[in-house]
Design a protein around this ligand. Sequence first.
Ligand code: DGJ
Length: 722
Amino acid sequence: MIVFDSENKVFYLHTKKTTYAMGIYQNKILLHAYWGKRLNHPIHNDYVEALRYRPLAPVDAAPYSTDMLPLEYSTFGSADLRYPALETKYRDGAYYTRLEYADHEILSGKPGLEGLPATYCEEGDKVDTLVIHLADSLRDLHVYLSYSVFEDLDAIARSARIENRGEKMEIGRAFSASVDFVGVDDMDIIHLDGAWVRERYITRRKIVPGTQSVESRFGASSAVHNPFFAVCDSTATENVGNVYAMSLVYSGNFIAGAELGAFNGLRAYIGINPQNFNFVLEKGESFQAPEAVLVYSADGLGEMSRIYHKLYRTRLCRGKYRDIPRSVVLNSWETTYFNFDENTIIELARSAKEIGVDTMVLDDGWFSTRDTDRAGLGDWWEHPKRLPSGLGYLASEVNKIGMKFGLWFEPEMVNPDSKLFRAHPEWALHTPGRETTPTRSQITLDFSRDDVCDYIINAISSILDRANIEYIKWDMNRYMCEVGSANLPAERQGEVYHRYMLGLYHVLETLTQKYPEVLFESCSSGGGRFDPGMLYYMPQVWTSDNSDAVDRLRIQYGTSMVYPYSSMSAHVSVCPNHTQRRTTPFKMRCNVAMPGQLGFELNLGKCTPEELELSRKTIVRYRELEDVFHNGDLYRLRSPFECDMSVLQFISEDKKRVIVCIDGQRGLFNGPDEYIKLRALDPDAVYTCNGKSYYGEYLMNKGIYHQNNVEHLSIMLEFVKE
Ligand code: DGJ
């Protein structure tokens, strides 16, 4: 619900549990007034009054300085000397923009963001949008700040559109959200960081004076940092404490950070990374910044995650597969790598069918001259030796077995050793006169160009039109360097990174709309681009190239800070694991993969009868439980970052089924007893597990008895409410 108190000039954005408020100071400056627990009464105007004049502060908003005020969308160049949300450059050399409130409108529902992924609402949802118009009358520059309030889902989606009605100018940054907190004393920041095969580990650190941020300059959101940032009480835990989180619906370069000033004012922000970003706006042109999703939780990190999970799985992911059970796949990559032909794939499909797998996915190596990873990317037609009868034949043979057929693509890349590159070297990102640095012998296609996007749309369409392909794994295996486009003039080279993303989103939008029956999975050397932008087009992501069950405990747990388990592809693979050679019991590998989108990635022909039987049972059990894992609520009971175990509790939407997944690595022989307390149960109801009955209050206050005394302990318990 959005309320404008016109007398006091205060906007209130209310969700079920939260309030976000802004005030218009002196009829012109838009101030941030409040963000936190839901308020049912007007705020006090001490969010301005309490701020005292500070010696030496330039007084441009008498009796205050804008440098002291909590600004909703700040600019640099006059009296506010903090890290700004908007940076402009005018052709006369000036760079200062002064934004003042002009007007606002309240819309019911939520408009889309042109060319960009964004959360959305459906009929019947309680969602309204406030658009506040700020203007610089001297430059005729207009900023439209949008706030879409998801009342029942407890989230606010923010974005900014910059419209230039004046002379040609440039934007050096345009953040999606910036929030000024006043009086920040003892608080922490949390973000997700890592590397290839170690994605989204949780980092928590104390906020200190100065700037602290995470950013990507990789051209993709990256495995190194994730476009997510939370500020929380230093005492906040999974279940208690204030958490203020921002998540960016974008897959390219980003920055997320906070600056703590001299008087404990904290400015937290998220948006496109200003590094090598410069957007030229002719008179009449505008720039749309991506969307940032703001979530406040008064009940710790667990509640923050549940809010993101529900919003992202129901109002960010789209399409047929948003709401229905998805495929259990056998993927050929770790199974065969480049050693296969069409008969190998048909045989694999047969063995997969026997254990209940429903989709055979052919990974890398099926096209052009792709005998190694050094050639062929860009040439999207069948490898003549591997698939002599073509993809149409292979798909139909797999279909005859009673399985669906899926295919891998890496559409954003080209190998210099390819027909495509030889014909169109100018189609790759490059800087004139410089060598382009390869990674894995490949370079990046210039998706800021329409002709490149059209080529890829046509290449993929022509395959989908002649073979029954029901699943696509969309891979992207390098970060970008020497970024430049042959298609843009010198003054617009600072637009290439963002225009690349717009091109990619256009391609994904076209293909996913054209082929609504195809399930798309995103991948970037595993989880190198696991972000909300990608989830808008593809509801699941290959979480990590690290499929080891022990390592996956941390990767999946960290990922679950923001992203639901329904978005995490998780495969049972062979041991010793191909990444770090660890051996784990088959049961643990199955149990750890089960809460995600289950799949297999190993040669079933080499499995023992016991492993095949366990695989079969795992798929049956998975089908029984997946609704709880994917549509229920997650409570994290033990963190693998803090102890030797991961304990997750999933509770179904109707609250009748509770799954507890307990997985450990080392265990402690003859170790201590412990009880694990469950959460969110009905205290007066009886829950049954393995023939034993417990009251909810007992399970929540005493817990379930546990001894972590075995190596690779892996237990999955189901409690059913009577
Ligand atoms: C990287 C992916 O993460 C793997 O799963 C696999 O598809 C390879 N690329 C293929 O080259």
